[in-house]
Design a protein around this ligand. Structure first.
Ligand code: NAX
Length: 328
């Protein structure tokens, strides 16, 4: 039998945590043959609810779940972690400026990055879900100089999945017929869902759609503002779909992309496509054996260039702001 994988989830008592933990424990994160040990990291106010969730996990009698530990100490929470899902973050509240938001999250992600640096397993893989996800990932990564930078990633898979679904609806295709869609840039309203290289049942998606106006006025804003639309409809932010995307992100990273397809991940830029090196930006990536590579050589048209640049510009501004705050 395989050695259990240690999976740490922060914000475990939150709504994404609640949708996430059961799927990790039932084998959807890593595979149906991979036993897991869960570490739930919460703040003191969240510990009791996390214990309740752990009771329910017990009550599922998941054959793959080999233990649950609950803590409010990052040094304990990340000890020996192979996979870390950083979900808990400080949400923006009324009257909060961007600087305040970044500073509050720096207070979370800097110590967590340090704890990962000091205590996680050598093969640690980190996914940041908590917003602002890209910049929180940058803060954690900067605090973990002994961990290879590429192990710190940010989630744009929910945006990717939202884009797949919107494109399928528009064209009458099945989601499974669509390949090579890309989310570029920041997980924010400036993100750019790109269908110019996407294929629908083997045909170029932009040609199938044949309507640049729909792209600009409908598709892109619908994908980018989907989070707000969910809040409006549900009275709470995306939870099950966000948890599902986190599962997809790590599963793809560990188990590989299919031949002839790719996915979107927020990763430290190596300078590809004019994205300044070091920014954690979303790219088209293929994955294999637990590593990923940026898809190279894509032709970026003017429509795409302007939108990628705008989102990357926002990331650069966020980086400059956290640098000025001494967080990186
Ligand atoms: P909740 O407020 O339901 O849960 C957050 C949990 O994190 C709480 O239980 C809180 O006690 C805990 N927490 C806060 N600080 C912590 C710390 N320092 N260490 C450990 N735990 C801590 O939020 P939820 O709806 O679960 O969303 C979590 C985060 O995901 C938010 O930042 C949200 O903005 C972000 N999202 C990111 C998405 C993405 O695509 N990247 C989409 C969904 C979601 O909006």
């Amino acid at each position: 039998t395989r050695t259990p994988v240690n999976v740490t989830v922060t914000g475990a008592a939150g709504q994404i945590g609640y949708a996430l933990l059961f799927r990790i424990a039932s084998g959807h994160l890593l595979g149906a043959d991979v036993p897991v040990r869960l570490r739930l990291l919460e703040i003191p106010q969240g510990l009791k609810a996390a214990e309740g969730t752990a009771m329910e996990l017990d009550d599922c009698a998941f054959p793959l779940l080999q233990g649950i530990e609950i803590t409010d100490d990052p040094n304990v929470g990340f000890d020996g972690a192979n996979v870390a899902l950083l979900v808990g973050a400080r949400p923006r509240t009324k009257g909060m400026e961007r600087g305040d938001l970044l500073e509050a999250n720096g207070g979370i992600f800097k110590p967590q990055g340090k704890a990962i640096n000091d205590h996680a397993a050598d093969d640690i893989k980190v996914l940041v879900v908590g917003n602002p996800a890209n910049t929180n990932a940058l803060i954690a990564q900067a605090a973990a100089p002994d961990v290879p930078a590429e192990r710190f990633t940010a989630m744009t898979r929910l945006d990717h999945n939202r884009a797949l679904s919107q494109l399928a609806k528009k064209t009458g295709a099945q989601v499974s017929d669509i390949k090579k869609l890309t989310i570029w840039g920041n997980h924010s309203a400036t993100q750019y869902p790109d269908i110019f290289h996407a294929e629908i049942a083997g045909k170029n998606a932009a040609e199938v759609v044949g309507d640049e106006q729909w792209l600009a006025d409908d598709f892109i804003p619908t994908v980018a503002k989907r989070g707000a639309a969910i809040i409006e409809a549900r009275g709470a932010s995306s939870a099950a779909s966000a948890a599902n995307a986190a599962i997809d992100h790590v599963h793809t990273w560990v188990n590989g992309t299919a031949e002839g397809n790719w996915t979107s991940m927020g990763i430290p830029s190596d300078g590809s496509y004019g994205v300044p090196e070091g920014l954690i930006s979303s790219f088209p990536v293929t994955t294999k054996n637990g590593t990923y590579e940026i898809v190279q050589g894509l032709d970026i048209n003017e429509f795409s260039r302007a939108r990628i640049d705008a989102s990357v510009q926002e990331l650069a501004e966020e980086r400059d702001a956290v640098r000025a705050l001494g967080l990186i």
